[in-house]
Design a protein around this ligand. Sequence first.
Ligand SMILES: N[C@@H](CCC(=O)N[C@@H](CS)C(=O)NCC(=O)O)C(=O)O
Length: 321
Amino acid sequence: MNRVTSLAALRRAAAATASLSRNQAAPLSSSSFTTPHFLPRRLIHHSGSASSASHSLSPNSIAGTMFFSVAAAASLSQEAHAKESLHSNLFNDVVLYQYEACPFCNKVKAFLDYHNIPYKVVEVNPISKKEIKWSDYKKVPILTVEGEQMVNSSDIIESLYKKMHPEGSSMNTEEEKKWLRWVDDHLVHVLSPNIYRTAGEALESFDYIASHGNFGFMERMMAKYAGATAMYFVAKKLKKKYNITDERESLYQSAETWVDALKGRAFLGGSKPNMADLAVFGVLRPIRHLQSGKDMVEHTRIGDWYARMEKVVGESCRVIV
Ligand SMILES: N[C@@H](CCC(=O)N[C@@H](CS)C(=O)NCC(=O)O)C(=O)O
């Protein structure tokens, strides 16, 4: 799931299921952008009205993320925790080229969702990458705003922030920067070994993915078993690469480290989230209701913060076209 090694792995998983390809990810010019793959959340249309997600799963994003609505969030004051004011008028025609499973893409999505910026999604085929052939940059996320390309998750977020704050207010405090680095250098590496830790968990992850796609029964079964098998082995390699001995312990420690960083504040940013809050939330959101995420919430103190984040980030601003 994470970075080049896991992306290569994801490609292998996708290749294993390539024969299933019924729907290639839609190119930008197509009228059918890929719809949210695994989102039981309600999505916002152009008009701002919410509707149930129509689920479709591109087989090429078979190792895609699993998003869930969280359990009841803590009741909080509207004022302190209101979602950021609407910036949608600043950003027209925002398109995110992504892999659903990519933690860097999920960081960007958390930023967009929190700031109420509507965006379309183009799911990139991890093997052919044909959807981003037009770009010299060969990774995701790529964000375009009215055709202008932005790359690299942190740079994308910074550019968006600067557009929102043209007066030049500084984006990150030193503390925020430190935790943003921690997300990219540490947290993202802990996830894959956890969600594909056992055969059962790998199947759980892919079962959820496949069942929220538009596979036929046979395709779903094949995607589930091929993807889960591939990612199970990949997760073992990642574990070794990042010197993880006990993946759950590592996940719990990361969660506790984050809660310690909060130092009793509702968010790292104080009464409202800062960029580090959004980044941590973004990368954890896909796993929250998998066994690993449930274990994490049960065995650590992160649940309250997560629930607060879920509440302030709110509905996805992903646009269905
Ligand atoms: N530093 C970049 C990292 C982006 C990255 O490594 N993306 C992965 C997907 S998670 C990727 O596109 N890898 C290359 C590939 O798939 O070939 C960022 O923060 O956006």
